[in-house]
Ligand binder design. Sequence first.
Ligand code: IVH
Length: 739
Amino acid sequence: MSGADVAGADVTDRRTPAERAARLRKLIEHHNERYFVLDAPEIPDAEFDALVRELRQIESDHPEVVTPGSPTQRVGGAAETHLFRPVRHRIPMMSLDNAFDRAELDAWADRLRRLLPDVDVERLDFCCEPKVDGVAMSLTYVDGRFVRAATRGDGVTGEDVTANVATIRDVPHELKTPAPHHLEVRGEVYMATAEFAELNERAEKQGSKTFANPRNAAAGSLRQKDPSVTASRPLSFWAYQIGEIDGAVPEEGAAGGPAKRREASRAWPPATQSGALEAIEAAGFPVSPDARRVRGVTAAITRCQELEAHRHDLPYEIDGAVVKVDDLSLHVRLGATSRAPRWAIAFKFPPEDRTTRLVDIMVSIGRTGRATPFAVLEPVFVGGSTVRLATLHNEDQVRVKDVRPGDLVIVHKAGDVIPEVVGPVLGPGAGTDGQGPRATERPPPWAFPTTCPSCGGLLTRLPGESDTYCTNIDCPAQRVQRIVHFASRSGMDIEGLGEERVLQLVQAGMTADPADLYLLEAERLAALERMGAVSSRHLVDAIEGSRSRPLSSLLVALGIRHVGPTGARALARAFGTLGALRHASADELAAVEGVGAVIADSVAEFFSNQRNVTVLDRLIALGLRTDEPGATGAAGAAPAGAAPAGAAPAAAESAAPQTLAGKSVVVTGTLDGFSREEAEAAIVSRGGKSPGTVSKKTFAVVVGASPGVAKARKAEELRVPIVDGARFGELLETGELPG
Ligand code: IVH
């Protein structure tokens, strides 16, 4: 899925509301995952917000199409919990409803009037705060000591990032004032604009990955396995809310004199949001100096507009202002919807426009061969960063926008991610008569190239499709992108293997496909430019380390169309092993919860392609792990390719490749993810035998945890090869002894 789908969908939409809603939900899920899980958004926030708004509109016009799982009913961002321990939020960390203009803010005020008939909303106090663009964080203090930091995650379960957050200078380890026994403070971890620019500059110099914006940089810095990496990143924190409070405020034992202690204990629990900000500031947290208490809706709107006018004078990025009802007792009365409280609203600033020269339009080739046009711009500063390139999505988008090299164009960016070319600024007379400038003033419309800029092959666009493709599978640009994707974080997560490095490897003839990575040797790598002995060792180690990634990572890494981390996990959990998955029919695949016909067809098609199978078999032969820990085998495919549910055993036997035909494999000890019966069934389904005793004819003894001493000793005595239990999957896949 790409921005092209998003923009394209708006232009040509003839779907029913239910279809359109389903499509929007898919898009929103996809972009939520890119944003929250992968920290790699593909579209600007404003565009994302527009998708959500469109979905809300459809759902409100056609309530019958609302589904319980719709993203409009939930807080964004699924918790990605395999790196950090999950933490449940006792009070959910909600999202905020957005207002995009004054009318929407007025509508919120009207709702307050309706819900609080006895309150004069015109005289109500509001607390207006900048909406800092960072990562929401919950900090827990017990008896004044910092004990835990957790991300928002899906709102209910976040990730424990205590070790990383403990390195942020703004986060106090001990509170300065007496506070309740258990105190949760919520706020935003962010990176100041100047620090962000400096960090990126350094990264660029070192040839390492740069971040798209301060929010991404903050999120990426928090998701480090090694806290010393987080410590090296210039992160800051603003506290903006009190979460859970429990227990009284101690009178004794805190710093300060008796007067101070009395004052502090009067501060808890605060009665207002502005009082809460004062109390947490006194306790030692940084609180935005731009937060203001104002009286009445009109004053709140004025304050939002002030913040908007000054947004670029602030040393950090804000994407809006948050207006909160100040009286906390009203928060209880107003309550919340399933995703957002009714007592607050985020006033989102509109995207900013800037003008610059469109120097050229070029085409890049992705891993699937998709040819994406992009604008080369005269550098322009928009929304906190300098923009030089902007995607133009596809041929139709260029035509609709009618931008041509040499044009002055409008570029915008909603204080966030991907800059976009809005359209040309046409000369005087343009637009007044609808004719635009005279033809002589502008070059002719840009034409999509007919050949691939990388391999020179023909580019093709199928009728009815918006994308253009280079169909030459050997195209060097595609190779590079496939390998980059393979090594990416959601794939095999090989550190140090970015686009530049991969290009170098491909150009040096060292790597043509992902399997070649596992044959790289440090000595040969060290001969490459910008690659010392240490970095080549690191790279080889990182590649080696990736062999043990679970099946779900491998599935993402293979770049099967439509298969992202969520779909990959569903498939891997259901089938357990690559062997079971690759031989499943599209129907069996589609039967997995969370896997629809589109993914199922795409997966089946992928495994039916001989080129893919060849690369896959090489990867297996090279010793990559091909199973998933904790798989249920619920798809009926028992681990290692036994029968799908309901299928007769005979059918299962013939369905699995007969890699162990005529071979006898003895299993001893427990194998990860297999019961003894399942392990034996897997051997039998591959054409092998699994007797209970070791003999001279035994092909291999697979040794799991706590093995039987007799079998292991016998194997040694008879010199029967011993296979580590962890490599059982490999033995099944290949029928060979793992090297
Ligand atoms: S209050 C229940 N105040 O915006 C709502 N949020 O879109 C609690 N944010 O997840 C949030 N500045 O990460 C609040 N002054 C502020 C904020 C703020 C930034 C973020 C926060 C939240 C998101 C909601």
